[in-house]
Design a protein around this ligand. Structure first.
Ligand SMILES: [Zn+2]
Length: 294
């Protein structure tokens, strides 16, 4: 009965948001500017991938943690927008956020072992799962939707990509917001499980993707679960890093983004965003294809 209530609440929330989207003018989820769900001024908050130093987690005894790359800092308009996407039904952000994630993945191809064009061996994006109750309340797995948009944008850029929803959270996982790192680890211990129907094809490079990394406990549990199935994760890519990694993500970001010429990264970035944007029809086809793994 409780499950029915959760599913029903998610359904109502989804349709309410869809109806509001039709009735209300679109505004940027970051700054509120009218005209687009994610305006150009806010779009530059997601830039080139920066490695979060150092990974503050272990994927298990004797296992070196894969590098975590973030495209932005979890603060200001980016934080506002990601919360709107995740918690307040702004699923219209899935496409621009997915395009930004795809652009970061293209730049990380040498790290992830993938490539673009005819030589591409393809990449499988494994989304970090949400708790089932949270996903039902929000109207679905928001990171899976993000990964689907990213895979569509990658395909449009010439890189074979698919989404492998290989992980799920077991019952009993609590909301980790506000928990310190050790408590997060204890909360997740043994509770990230494999979904046999969503496993990536053998040998395909895998990248774990998420919206936000905080302590790294969740991604560590995911990497460990994949490893138990013999799947190596060469990299983790997230949209935003909460500023808790010493030396902080912001220092690394400032080193990457020249303050003398902030447009230096913005110009190619905007071009890339335009290139990787795909029509909704193509996305629908791709998602349908992904629903039938080879
Ligand atoms: Zn904006």
């Amino acid at each position: 009965m409780a499950r029915y209530a959760r599913v029903h609440a998610g359904w109502v929330a989804r349709w309410t948001h869809a109806l509001l989207d039709l009735l209300l003018p679109v505004e940027c989820a970051g700054c509120g500017a009218p005209g687009a769900p994610w305006c150009p001024d806010c779009a530059v908050l997601l830039g080139p991938p920066v490695q979060v130093h150092p990974p503050r987690f272990s994927a298990g005894p004797g296992v070196s943690a894969p590098p975590v790359y973030a495209l932005g800092a979890y603060r200001g308009q980016l934080r506002t927008a990601l919360l709107a996407y995740k918690e307040h039904g702004r699923r219209d952000l899935g496409r621009p956020l997915g395009s930004a994630l795809a652009a970061g993945l293209v730049q990380l191809a040498p790290v992830t072992g993938t490539g673009a064009g005819p030589e591409s061996g393809g990449v499988c994006l494994v989304p970090v799962p949400s708790r089932r109750s949270a996903a039902a309340r929000r109207g679905g797995q928001h990171v899976t939707l993000l990964a689907q948009h990213a895979a569509a944008a990658l395909a449009n850029a010439g890189m074979e990509a698919a989404v492998a929803p290989a992980l799920r959270m077991a019952a009993g996982v609590r909301d980790s917001v506000g928990l310190p790192a050790a408590a997060r680890q204890a909360n997740l211990a043994g509770r990230v499980l494999l979904r046999r129907t969503g496993m990536p094809p053998t040998g395909t490079p895998v990248v774990l993707v998420d919206d936000v990394v905080t302590t790294g406990a969740t991604v560590a549990a995911c990497v460990a679960a994949l490893l138990r199935a013999g799947i190596d994760t060469p990299a983790i890519v997230v949209l935003a890093a909460a500023g808790c990694h010493p030396p902080s993500y912001l220092e690394a970001l400032n080193a990457t983004h020249s303050v003398e010429d902030p447009e230096r990264h913005v110009r190619p970035w905007r071009r890339h965003l335009r290139r990787t944007t795909v029509p909704a029809s193509a996305l629908t086809l791709l998602i349908r294809k992904e629903a039938r793994p080879p």
